[in-house]
Design a protein around this ligand. Structure first.
Ligand SMILES: [Zn+2]
Length: 297
């Protein structure tokens, strides 16, 4: 059987591989078998029982040794603030999972020899970032919403702003079910960890646009670019409006094998696909600003 330290390290690597979360250990959980597989445990080792004798009650309690080892290792990680326990994660995400903390995320990256800078681009969940996601998706929508964050620092990245950026990305991408709001494209990397779709700011970051759900929209790379340069915008009722300048483009621009990335959006009445909950859709104040300042008439 592996040592507890080896199991702790295997757990951290698995957490990274599974986007920052793994389910609570129970019989039949894939993760229990997956990690056992990493250590090459035999069937006998996987099903070995540990007998604990309760002298006072005069009874013997049986538990699976491999489960016990996994639980002990995860418990040690939680005590060192590298993961949160399923009971703690439940209060935040409504799921019984072991979730990485920022400290655990750093430790997992180091173990897997991934440079610390990669953290910004990995969609891995952490307790601290999920706290921001929860706050963003539950924030109240107001008529007089201001899409500008006057205190936003554009040049210098602080730890706090880096966490907020990751929270913004995760909140927007999840709210849009990992699909482009314009063309519906949904595709992940082969390891299922990252999504092609991006969380776009409606009032751009460089204009101090807020990192919140009302100033965000999920777009594929091509439509993100086209939105940022003003080829299309959204009306107050979320219908897509394309620039009249599209008609002046040469015919071989903007299309691949017959699919036209921009002109297909010009169909009258085409609406963006937005989250079902109206409360978290883009705010009209942000959309209006985009129409007036970025969109090319
Ligand atoms: Zn798209």
């Amino acid at each position: 059987m592996p040592t507890q330290t080896e199991v702790e390290q295997a757990l951290l690597r698995s957490l990274l591989k599974h986007g920052g979360v793994i389910k609570e250990f129970g019989s039949g959980q894939e993760i229990v078998d997956e990690i056992a597989g990493e250590f090459g445990l035999s069937e006998r080792q996987r099903s070995a029982f540990l007998e604990t004798i309760y002298r006072k009650e005069n009874r013997v309690k049986k538990s699976l040794l491999w489960h016990r080892l996994l639980f002990r290792a995860a418990d040690a990680l939680a005590r060192n603030n590298l993961v949160t326990r399923p009971t703690q994660t439940l209060q935040l995400t409504n799921k019984r999972e072991w979730l990485l903390t920022e400290k655990g995320f750093d430790a997992a990256l180091k173990l897997c020899k991934i440079p610390a800078e990669a953290k910004e681009f990995l969609p891995t969940k952490s307790f601290e970032v999920q706290k921001i996601v929860k706050k963003l998706t539950e924030s109240r929508r107001t008529e007089d919403y201001d899409p500008f964050d006057k205190n936003k620092r554009i040049v210098k990245t602080t730890r706090e702003s880096a966490l907020r950026t990751r929270g913004f990305r995760q909140a927007v991408i999840e709210a849009y079910n990992c699909k482009c709001a314009v063309c519906g494209l949904k595709i992940s990397s082969p390891d299922s960890l990252s999504w092609e779709v991006e969380a776009a700011h409606i009032v751009p970051h460089r204009f101090k646009g807020r990192d919140d759900i009302f100033n965000g929209i999920a777009l594929c790379h091509i439509h993100h670019w086209a939105f940022d340069v003003g080829w299309f915008t959204l009306l107050d009722d979320y219908k897509i409006q394309t620039s009249p300048q599209l008609s002046r483009l040469p015919t071989d621009f903007g299309s691949v094998e017959g699919y036209d990335f921009l002109r297909t959006l010009a169909k009258k009445g085409k609406e963006a696909s937005l989250p079902c909950s109206r409360e978290i859709r883009p705010h009209q104040n942000a959309v209006r600003w985009h129409r007036q300042n970025i969109f090319h008439q």
